[in-house]
Write a protein that binds this ligand. Structure first.
Ligand code: NAP
Length: 366
């Protein structure tokens, strides 16, 4: 959204093509607490405010999916499900999706104790027992973040060694607040869904017709199974943090731009200090090219950077600002017709040169 705001303010007339369901922030029902300047505001409310801001400056939104981009000719072509849009520059900001276990209780309890972001939701479980699933760097970091505030953290991993870097794994192993359960898979997440006095989902069929969006939900446990012995047991827990990797939403760009060799599916931005991808005119912002930070605030920053890069590239190439080009042409014609070149009006000259101390912008820019 920040790319749209910056591009719109630069007069680039951005068209934002996105499906109506939105990204990770849109799915965050609790307050966004780690975005500077925002508090007491939920993810969807933040997205809506950003959207209104972008619209106010001239961005146009189209609710569509983009299954394909064609960069083999110029202008570039963006295929939506209903049209083909020609453009000089594209900013890809399609984000990344957390991978989920796809087990019973997981979807149902999202927002009520099932999360994929300890930084976002960990504080809710201050002083409680929590579970982290996974054995990679993300799982280690999630466990370490949670260990600062939760009473205990149990890491459940499906093998007997961590995939994570040695240093992070060692920190987890040595942390007295973190227990590790090896060789185990989480089979089911159980809890209570409180609607009209309460329903529990110990039995996975119970959640059938419940309005999950408006229900109060509380995770109470995770059923795990030892992958060697098949033995099942229950961990009492208030939350399950699923940290089994992310998948950037970039499959529609296969064969178009280059991908990062180390981080599968993430778009490569080969130039130092630039959001430019391997294809000129295509820029990447946010989680699609960031396997490390993946925060709303870092994504917003890279969206602004992508809009600035796109604007600079378009102006270097002399592309994009048809209105300005037309105005310049008309002015040139007018000057030629009336031969007023020697007597043109210049406000600075009229005022005796440069006016120091004048406010140069109508609004304060941050
Ligand atoms: P990852 O390295 O792919 O690890 C995913 C973990 O989840 C693995 O341990 C995997 O188990 C487990 N897993 C996957 N699917 C599962 C399933 N269905 N059920 C149970 N467990 C499952 O992902 P990541 O930890 O998000 O890291 C992604 C990349 O970002 C990595 O290259 C990582 O180094 C990097 N990263 C770096 C940092 C850092 O340097 N500070 C921080 C975060 C991420 P197996 O091990 O058995 O496959």
């Amino acid at each position: 959204m920040s790319a749209a705001i910056y591009a719109a303010r630069a007069g680039l007339k951005p068209l934002v093509i996105a499906p109506p369901m939105g990204g990770q922030l849109q799915g965050k029902g609790v307050d966004v607490e780690n975005y500077p300047g925002l508090h007491d505001v939920t993810g969807p409310a933040v997205v809506n405010a950003m959207r209104l801001q972008a619209v106010q400056f001239g961005a146009v939104f189209e609710s569509e999916n983009v299954p394909k981009i064609d960069a083999s000719t110029r202008p570039l072509k963006v295929y939506t499900n209903s049209s083909v849009i020609e453009t000089h520059a594209i900013i890809v900001a399609t984000g990344a999706e957390s991978n989920w276990l796809m087990i019973p209780g997981e979807y149902e309890m999202r927002g009520g104790g099932v999360s994929s972001c300890a930084t976002c939701d960990g504080h809710i479980y201050r002083g409680k027992d929590v579970v982290v699933v996974g054995g990679g760097d993300t799982a280690m970091e999630e466990a370490l973040v949670l260990a600062r505030t939760s009473q205990s953290v149990t890491v459940v991993h499906r093998r007997d060694t961590f995939r994570a870097s040695k240093i992070l794994a060692q920190r987890v192993i040595e942390n007295p607040s973190i227990n590790i359960i090896w060789d185990s898979a989480v089979e089911r997440i159980v809890g209570e869904i409180l609607v009209d006095g309460g329903t529990d989902i110990d039995d996975e069929d119970d959640s059938g017709d419940v309005d999950l969006d408006n229900a109060q939900k509380y995770v109470t446990g995770a059923i795990i199974k030892n992958v060697n012995t098949g033995e099942e047991s229950k961990i009492e827990t208030s939350a399950v943090f699923v940290a089994i990797g992310h998948t950037p939403t970039t499959s529609f760009l296969e064969g178009v731009v280059e991908f990062d060799e180390e981080y599968s599916g993430y778009i490569k931005t080969p130039l130092e200090r630039s959001t430019q991808t391997s294809i000129t005119g295509i820029f990447a912002a946010g989680d699609v090219s960031d396997p490390v930070y993946r925060q709303a605030v870092t994504s917003a920053g890279s969206g602004a950077a992508a809009a600035l890069d796109a604007e600079r590239w378009l102006s270097e190439e002399g592309l994009g600002n048809e209105e300005a080009e037309l105005e310049a042409e008309l002015l040139a014609e007018l000057m030629a017709d009336e031969d007023i070149s020697g007597s043109s009006y210049n406000a600075y000259d009229q005022m005796g040169g440069r006016m120091t101390g004048m406010k140069e912008s109508a609004r304060v820019e941050l």
